[in-house]
Design a protein around this ligand. Structure first.
Ligand code: AMP
Ligand code: MG
Length: 318
């Protein structure tokens, strides 16, 4: 049985006991454990059924704590951290030697960020250790943006979800690492490329859909509904070919009327990409629970957060 509760004291007790708690962040809910507890970290991998080579993001509450985690903090990383933390930016930096291999998948780098959620910041301040917290979903499934999504996935395996409301951004963090001291963007996310460029200028992008990637968020298939999902430009034309199927639609801003369409999720009636990003996973969860034959998603405008949304939709439809 999983309790959904706002009781931070209870969450602290569980975490101090080498166990895991699902926590709210502005991106998606995370499945958190003490980075120095082998038992807690192994449980994260086991509960998520995540392969051990997939490293985890370390969450801290203050930039002052960065030197507990990393051995190098390049100038451009500092500029990015100052611009976006607390917030949905993950930096991949050279790790300190005491960061366990389990956290980093054996790499000499570690992923770190300060999340922008009052409940989790308060939790982190009261703990004597940072939290590793990958998204609280089984490997390859849709990320959770509410406590109920987490409960649905893990009611038999975790004891507590710390309630923090719906995730405001609703898409994972943007991940930036460094190669030869130059920043490289590895995962599109809640901060748009345009916003990153505004702060540090042009940046190399390696958000490839690889089979054995640097970052698991880059796996070609990821964030996927159970229902067969298609990604198309022209939803109206596409569904005409499937008159005898029960179809669910995920559209950017317009409605659609067609007899075989059981349900339509509209991401933002005003065409606002930030709103669309925040609703993406919730809409996919809803559609996936309707026992449909297929979900047809519309490609959204490909700029700003639209690029991150399209990236997730492509991976959901692989
Ligand atoms: P999740 O929190 O489930 O979105 O997964 C954590 C993300 O951080 C994954 O996409 C990882 O690949 C990425 N990540 C964590 N540590 C590293 C690292 N040392 N090198 C590259 N990517 C990393
Ligand atoms: Mg994930």
């Amino acid at each position: 049985m999983t309790i959904i509760s706002k009781d931070i004291v209870k969450a602290i007790e569980i975490l101090n006991n080498d166990d895991v708690v699902a926590i709210p962040t502005e991106t998606v809910y995370g499945l958190a454990g003490n980075i120095y507890s082998e038992k807690a970290i192994k449980k994260i991998f086991q509960v998520k059924q995540r392969p051990l080579f997939n490293p985890l993001i370390v969450h801290i509450h203050s930039i002052k704590k960065i030197h507990d985690i990393v051995s190098e903090f390049p100038d451009k990383a500092k500029i990015l951290a100052n611009a976006f933390w607390p917030g949905p930016l993950t930096l991949i930096l050279k790790k300190k030697s005491n960061i366990p291999d389990l956290i980093t998948g054996g790499k000499d780098t570690v992923a770190v960020r300060i999340p922008n959620h009052p409940v989790t910041l308060s939790l982190l301040k009261q703990l004597s250790f940072p939290l590793a917290a990958p998204s609280a979903n089984p490997f390859n499934r849709i990320s959770p943006t509410s406590s109920l999504h987490v409960e649905d996935y893990f009611k038999n395996t975790i004891s507590m979800v710390l309630e923090g409301g719906e995730c405001k951004n609703g898409i994972e963090s943007t991940i930036i690492g460094f190669e030869n001291n130059e920043p490289v963007l590895y995962r599109l996310g809640s901060i748009s490329i345009e916003d990153i460029i505004n702060v540090i200028g042009q940046i190399k992008i390696k958000n490839n859909k690889e089979i054995a990637p640097n970052a698991p968020g880059m796996l070609a298939k990821h964030y996927a509904p159970k229902t067969k999902t298609y990604l198309v430009n022209d939803v109206e034309n596409f569904v005409k070919n499937y008159q005898n199927k029960k179809v669910g639609i995920l559209r950017f801003s317009e409605d659609i009327h067609s007899i075989n369409v059981v349900h339509v999720e509209i991401l933002s009636k005003t065409g606002d990409l930030k709103e669309a990003a925040s609703r993406l996973y919730n809409s996919l969860h809803k559609l996936d629970n309707l026992n449909l034959d297929m979900i047809v998603a519309e490609i959204v405008p490909d700029f700003g957060l639209g690029k991150s949304i399209n990236d997730r939709l492509e991976r959901a439809t692989k």
